[in-house]
Design a protein around this ligand. Structure first.
Ligand SMILES: [Zn+2]
Length: 318
């Protein structure tokens, strides 16, 4: 698989939530064109990516927060902030991120759920982090500092002290107990394939291809909920049984996060139209047929709707 990683640093939310992302892949050094039309296209590219990063941060945050009780021992702390910073972005776009969204060298808050720990403590969108537990952000290699100092401080400690600076220059120090969320991070990968997946049981990602293909946020939420289900159930190699069980649990995770899982039926039908091979079953049942998956997802949705109607908690029957 191609592995250009765009990083969504969904840092804390999973990033924010949890997991940051590193930019291990060296960027090719481009010749940067200075004309106006190139600048206009860069602005559109940045706006598109910024929107996608925030959308994935929002969905993932809801999934890992609302399903914390189903993640059992797989929990860690979160301040409920989504971060971006220049080192994560393609070099020609860095100054555009700064001009349009005030995302500079230092980790900057690019997503902030209103009811989250950080928002309640006075943090605002666009705030820059200057230190954690009195350890200042370094001048260089901010990605390493984020992964090795900032994220462990938030995830593993009962209280964390985060120093920030608002856009108007006013400093703020937030001393808070992080909230518990499922410990898995999420990323966006630059890949045109229409899918989401997990890496080594550690993290989930969505491709640019699936983000483009979905028709609404509910569909992307279901796709990521399915991957969170694989992570919770510790699936390694895929097979049909595991796909069915991730569909079942993932449908619950999606509904519990406040999304409508029924929207995914349209996604599977359109995907089958584009790639008819998914209608069939392979020899060894590595990949189940989309028609069987749809039937089983519909059964799970009915089970969930019955529970809602009876005012029962949405707990999967496993
Ligand atoms: Zn799967």
């Amino acid at each position: 698989m191609r592995r250009t990683r765009t990083v969504i640093s969904i840092l804390l939310l999973t990033l924010l939530f949890s997991g940051c992302v590193s930019s291990q892949k060296p960027f090719v050094t481009p010749v940067i064109l200075a004309d106006k039309s190139a600048e206009a296209l860069r602005e559109r590219a940045v706006d598109l990516q910024y929107h996608r990063q925030r959308q994935v941060m929002k969905i993932w945050h809801r999934l890992v927060k609302e399903n914390a009780e189903l993640c059992q021992q797989n929990l860690h702390g979160s301040l409920e902030i989504g971060l971006g910073f220049a080192g994560l972005y393609f070099p020609p776009l860095r100054s555009v991120y700064k001009d349009r969204w005030q995302v500079g060298e230092r980790p900057t808050i690019i997503y902030l759920p209103e009811d989250g720990v950080a928002a309640r403590g006075g943090v605002q969108l666009g705030d820059q982090i200057t230190a954690v537990n009195q350890q200042p952000v370094p001048k260089e290699d901010i990605s390493t500092w984020v992964e090795e100092i900032l994220l462990p401080a938030i995830r593993n400690q009962e209280r964390v002290s985060l120093s920030l600076i608002h856009q108007d220059g006013t400093p703020l120090t937030l001393t808070q107990a992080p909230t518990s969320v499922c410990r898995f991070p999420v990323e966006i990968h630059d890949d045109d394939g229409i899918y989401a997946a997990t890496v080594e049981g550690r993290l989930a990602y969505a491709t640019q291809g699936i983000i483009r293909f979905v028709r609404d946020e509910d569909q992307l939420a279901w796709a990521l909920g399915h991957e969170l289900a694989h992570l919770i159930m510790r699936h390694n190699q895929p097979n049909a049984e595991r796909e069915y069980s991730a569909d079942y649990l993932g449908t619950y995770l999606t509904a519990r996060a406040g999304y409508d899982p029924a929207s995914i039926i349209d996604f599977w039908q359109r995907l089958a139209t584009e790639t008819p091979a998914t209608i069939e079953m392979t020899d060894h049942m590595q990949h189940p047929s989309v028609t069987i998956r749809i039937e089983q997802i519909q059964a799970a949705i009915k089970e969930i709707n019955d529970k809602k109607a009876n005012q029962q908690k949405l707990l999967p029957n496993i």
